[in-house]
Design a protein around this ligand. Structure first.
Ligand code: ATP
Length: 237
């Protein structure tokens, strides 16, 4: 129905041999909100995001995207989602325009030329559209990477440590652009991070993960009240 959460995860498990990367998690992300997935190395954040995107098949459990079974119907839900992660490199020999065209086609963007022109305006890509992605500065690459994440005007954006490799000013700029996008489109964001202050800046709700399990949840303020700001990391690291 129209009240279905953007994301609903039930009893989700991913087993790799003897390792349970994700060990039975349940959470919901209401449409239009920003939720943080907070956890240290090996908590299972990346695996969770990969399952939401249909890149990794769950061993057990259910994922719904706006009420649709995302495992059975992954090609139906894919066009409404996208992701941003510094761990994903674009083909560096392709120009910015070629890269955005490839990703746009992948997500079935209808009026791709117009969408690229719109993003070029929003993200100041006009000058660099026909340059090879590998020849760009770090700041330019960040803007292209955001354009790629927004190419299909996703209703759900999954972010895996989106500012991990950025200097503080660029990181601030990325956060404010994401927040602007969310507000303008009523989009939903799930942000994986190991950094409470990053999560606090963007998120209204937090799901804390450790060793594949959920170990706490609430608003950033409620979690800080419950655990204390300085003790927080002991809960999830
Ligand atoms: P990080 O920030 O280090 O990426 P994370 O919270 O994203 O941490 P995951 O990458 O999801 O954690 O990994 C969770 C656990 O699953 C880790 O113990 C990891 O070694 C293991 N794991 C992840 N992918 C695989 C795989 N393809 N094969 C085997 N084990 C895996």
């Amino acid at each position: 129905g129209s009240q279905a959460p953007a994301i609903r995860v039930q009893g989700l498990v991913k087993q790799y041999g003897a390792v349970r990367a994700v060990d039975g998690i349940d959470f919901e992300v209401p449409a239009g909100t920003v939720t943080g997935l907070l956890g240290g190395n090996g908590a299972g954040k990346t695996t969770t995001i990969a399952m939401l995107l249909g890149l990794v098949l769950p061993s057990l459990g259910r994922i719904e995207i706006f009420g649709v079974d995302a495992v059975a119907d992954r090609y139906r839900v894919l066009p409404s989602m996208n992701f941003e992660s510094p761990y994903v490199e674009m083909p560096l020999r392709l120009t910015v325009r070629q890269n955005l065209t490839v990703y746009g086609r992948l997500y079935g963007v209808a009026d791709l030329k117009a969408r690229i022109a719109e993003l070029a305006g929003d993200l100041e890509l006009g000058e660099i559209l026909d340059r090879p992605t590998g020849k760009l500065s770090a700041g330019q690459k960040t803007r292209v990477s955001l354009a790629k994440a927004l190419i299909n005007a996703p209703r759900i954006l999954l972010l895996d440590e989106p500012t991990a490799s950025l200097d503080p000013d660029t990181a601030d700029w990325v956060r404010s652009h994401l927040e602007r996008y969310r507000t303008a489109k009523g989009a939903t964001i799930l942000l994986a991070s190991h950094n409470m202050s990053e999560v606090e800046r963007l998120c209204t709700d937090v799901v804390m993960m450790k060793a594949g399990r959920i170990v706490g949840r609430g608003s950033p303020e409620a979690l800080i009240r419950q655990y204390g700001r300085t003790n927080m990391e002991e809960v999830f690291l």
